[in-house]
Design a protein around this ligand. Sequence first.
Ligand SMILES: CC(C)(COP(=O)(O)OP(=O)(O)OC[C@H]1O[C@@H](n2cnc3c(N)ncnc32)[C@H](O)[C@@H]1OP(=O)(O)O)[C@@H](O)C(=O)NCCC(=O)NCCS
Length: 258
Amino acid sequence: MLTSPNNRMTCRPEKSLFILGEWVPPFAQDLPLVISGCRYDITCYDDTEFNTCGVPFCPTLEKAAFKRRAEYLAGRHCAGNALAQVGLVNQTVATGPHRCPIWPSRAKGSISHTSDIAVAAVTREPVINGVGIDIEAVVPDAMAEELARLVLTGDEHHLLASTDDSKGLFFSSIFSIKESFFKAVFPLVQGYFGFDAVEVTMLDPKTQRFQLRVQQDLHPGLVKGDCHQGNFLCHEGMVCSLFLLRERWCSAPRYGTA
Ligand SMILES: CC(C)(COP(=O)(O)OP(=O)(O)OC[C@H]1O[C@@H](n2cnc3c(N)ncnc32)[C@H](O)[C@@H]1OP(=O)(O)O)[C@@H](O)C(=O)NCCC(=O)NCCS
């Protein structure tokens, strides 16, 4: 059971100067998951904020720059809030191999951050085999064509060329969708793959829906030709994408859950 937005159980830090307040992308309310997000101020970060926010300091951060510590903390703060909203209070999310977050066994989730915003999405729905969330600042139109060469497939280039929308927004949407797909399926695939492994075939900002097609056999449960849907939106200059892997079957991932 998911709590409604009006009935939120959140772990608010008592005296954090670092966490500024909520920032939640306005996805349709009927999605089977909880999203928690915040704005944070890196200039107010220091290591004591981990204690203040009730987030364990991750050993992999020992040699990390402040920026990395801050984004990690903000992401884990959102993850803790999202877990609390699905009834898993005082849970932590560790970091596994390849930076894959390790969620409590009864939940699946995903984290994303920019330099001042973090979001986490969590579900306990058993039919969902993987969750991916991603936020990206929309790139300027002038950068989109250059970056498109690295990220888009041939057919996606045609979509980009034919769009009446801003090229920067369109490119950023496809990029973010691919990142959200990657995060959702990584615990299943257990390996990296390129941007050509999936192709975005439809984007509709009005319905917040996208479709993609898998272009390579990534896993026995995720094969070439499979089509999936997800959600995306643009909000305050950011693109946010959400991909829920709901398909036929799913073997237990070796990592990704505790
Ligand atoms: C890992 C990756 C997706 C992160 O995306 P990003 O835009 O750089 O950063 P974001 O802030 O959105 O996301 C970072 C979070 O993603 C999560 N993440 C990182 N690696 C992950 C993995 N292997 N599996 C699942 N989630 C992962 C982590 O929670 C991380 O935050 P944390 O380290 O603070 O816990 C990206 O850097 C990457 O390596 N992509 C692989 C290539 C790819 O996307 N191919 C496209 C396939 S279609």
